[in-house]
Design a protein around this ligand. Structure first.
Ligand SMILES: C[S@@+](CC[C@H](N)C(=O)[O-])C[C@H]1O[C@@H](n2cnc3c(N)ncnc32)[C@H](O)[C@@H]1O
Length: 247
């Protein structure tokens, strides 16, 4: 597919994405990073990468714990915001997670809040994991915070919701189509109307284990929520900690 037609390039850089999600919780992000760092006993001397960093919601706390923090995101709008507000040990770059080239390796790579599974082909998801592997030091960790596909498959049939934020009307329809959770977003802004979508592949724990095997990772822990409780099929999240196994 031509890259410019991919849904995530248009949606995440549109002004309406930033309006719809403007109240995403900073407190939740801060708490999660603190829990992760303490629970996994992460080394503060490491340099870290936040892949799909958005405006830097997790980066703020990550950079307090680690030596340096870099963030990558495909959305120019998000990276411009993050760079305007960055602290001295942070840096943010516009790049695609499938083919970023940083010219260095990190101790830990974070991919948080369902910033994975957007692609049509398995090979693109494997490219992301291969890029992570290439950018990790020996024994480095990849931490992925993903939706819980098992729970979503049980709970969503077809749901509709309407919201008005900053005088913009959003009609949201969520359904499962071909093992993707698809959110159709119909926007009315005065006289103007737009249609976008979000589409995330419903990878479960076993799917990740398979993908990790193919890309030089081994799953070492999993958690089910932002307080690091154990994962189960009913958990709110699927949080994976994978260790680089090749050198
Ligand atoms: C659900 S948001 C999460 C953002 C951030 N981690 C947070 O929690 O606030 C997913 C992010 O992934 C980014 N993204 C989507 N596709 C990408 C790609 N191919 N390469 C890099 N970033 C991408 C989006 O621009 C968006 O900022």
């Amino acid at each position: 597919m031509n890259k410019t037609n991919e849904w995530f390039i248009n949606w995440f850089d549109s002004k309406y994405y930033h309006i719809l999600y403007k109240d995403r919780s900073q407190a939740e992000a801060n708490n999660f990073i603190k829990q992760l760092v303490n629970n996994l006993i992460l080394d503060p001397e490491k340099n870290v990468l936040d892949l799909g960093c958005g405006k830097g919601r997790h980066a703020n706390t990550l950079s307090k714990f680690f030596k340096t923090l870099e963030g990558i995101d495909i959305s120019k709008e998000s990276i411009d915001f993050a760079n305007k507000n960055k602290s001295s040990n942070q840096n943010f770059h516009i790049s695609d997670m499938r083919d970023f080239e940083m010219g260095k390796s990190y101790g830990y790579i974070f991919n948080l809040f369902t910033s994975f599974g957007y692609f049509e082909n398995l090979s693109d998801n494997l490219k992301v994991l291969n890029q992570c592997n290439k950018h990790l030091l020996k024994d480095g960790l990849l931490i992925i915070d993903f939706l819980n596909a098992k729970k979503i498959l049980k709970s969503i049939n077809n749901s509709n919701e309407t919201k008005t934020i900053d005088n913009v009307n959003f009609e949201l329809n969520k359904s499962i189509i071909d093992n993707y959770v698809v959110k159709k977003i119909k926007i009315t802004d005065g006289e103007k109307a737009f249609n976008y979508q979000e589409k995330v592949q419903l990878f479960d724990l076993n799917n990740f284990i398979e993908m990790f095997k193919k890309t030089g990772f081994e799953l070492i822990s999993s958690f089910g929520d932002y307080n690091m409780n154990s994962y189960s099929e009913g958990s709110s999240r699927l949080i994976l900690v994978a260790k680089k196994t090749n050198t």
